[in-house]
Design a protein around this ligand. Structure first.
Ligand code: SF4
Length: 347
């Protein structure tokens, strides 16, 4: 695979702005439903049909906040886009709203399972405590005929709960577990994310769990999970991990297209451009997926073309989205001498 090879766009995460306000700055001018429908029609001109996940949804939010979900879901499903709804982690939910979304054509629900069941970890901002209500919602999703995707936001504080969460998920009939390793943002302090060595230990454990889990296990914010899933570096046969600008993009409530939800750099606005065109051709996106432009170890390690490091973490901790991922443990990175197309030593 050559540097900068384009991976088909697989996932569009679209912030519909109906969740509790947690970001530091509200969107300047949120998209209207009419504008959003125009965006969907423009997306539909391309042959590809990435999954669209409507994120930050609070079913009980005031009606004046965010895009009307039913109108947007209708536009997406009528054009053949597989559509999911990601509940805001702090939003309440109702089984009635879940049934309504299933009737609209929503195919999957992303539900936060951030702690073990009835864990003593409570009251942490941005972390959904798992309790009996979570189980009710999870069962209601499956009963309504939708797939349940569990997502877990991992911080230094919540990481010890991962084993309890892993033990719980099979009983909830989840179809996928997405383990999201937080990166520092405007609302997440630098002390929260796992540091390199601990992160590697968690990834090693997660790979062992994934080997026998009855559902796929994916990560966000840790593309170097691929090293643990495939111990031999082989950029010729492995598919690149889906990460910021590589297989995915994020649309803010105001229509800006970012490489991912935690990488606040805009390639353009969907009011003027098709998301797929920005994904394919925007210089920002092309640079982020070009291994030859990455800094430090991420530029020369044997995994750079299929991993590439967390660009969001690099940006958050260094101010440079192309810098080396600061939370990839240097002692563990295997460099394959003579690996195809890459230097044997760091330049
Ligand atoms: S150095 Fe960068 S590209 Fe290599 S494994 Fe670590 S994060 Fe991935």
């Amino acid at each position: 695979m050559s540097a900068g090879t384009l991976v088909p766009l697989q996932r569009v995460v679209w912030d519909v702005g109906a969740g509790p306000r947690v970001r530091s700055t509200p969107p300047a001018v949120p998209l209207t439903l009419r504008e959003a429908r125009r965006v969907v029609r423009r997306m539909a001109r391309a042959a590809e049909r990435p999954t669209v996940v409507l994120a930050g949804v609070d079913p009980l939010a005031p009606s004046d906040r965010g895009l009307p979900l039913s109108g947007l879901v209708d536009a997406l499903t009528s054009h053949g886009f597989p559509t999911g709804v990601a509940l805001h982690p702090m939003a309440p939910c109702t089984t009635r709203s879940l049934r309504a979304w299933a009737a609209m054509g929503v195919q999957h629900i992303v539900l936060h399972v951030d702690t073990a069941l009835d864990s003593p970890l409570t009251g942490i901002p941005g972390v959904r405590h798992t309790d009996g209500a979570t189980l009710v919602y999870a069962r209601a999703v499956v009963a309504a005929g939708m797939r349940l995707y569990a997502t877990t936001r991992v911080t230094a504080l919540t990481a010890p709960d991962l084993m309890g969460i892993a033990a719980l998920l099979p009983s909830l009939q989840v179809s996928r577990w997405d383990v999201s390793f937080v990166v520092p943002t405007a609302t997440i302090p630098r002390s929260e994310p796992l540091r390199a060595v601990r992160l590697e230990r968690v990834l090693a454990w997660l790979a062992r769990y994934a080997a026998s889990a009855p559902f796929p296990v994916t990560t966000e914010g840790a593309p170097h999970f691929i090293r643990h899933m495939h111990p031999q570096p082989d950029g010729r046969t492995l598919a690149p991990m889906v990460r910021d600008a590589q297989g995915m993009l994020y649309i803010t409530a105001g229509g800006e297209v970012w490489p991912g939800p935690d990488l606040p750099l805009s390639a353009g606005n969907v009011r003027q451009h098709s998301p797929q065109a920005l994904y394919r051709s925007a210089p920002l996106f092309k640079s982020l997926r070009n291994a030859a432009e990455l800094g430090g170890r991420c530029g020369w390690c044997a995994w750079s073309q299929v991993c590439g490091g967390s660009r969001a973490r690099a940006y958050a901790l260094t101010g440079d989205a192309l810098a080396q991922d600061p939370h990839c443990a240097p002692v563990i990175v295997p460099v394959a001498p003579g690996h195809r197309g890459l230097p044997q030593k760091p330049p």
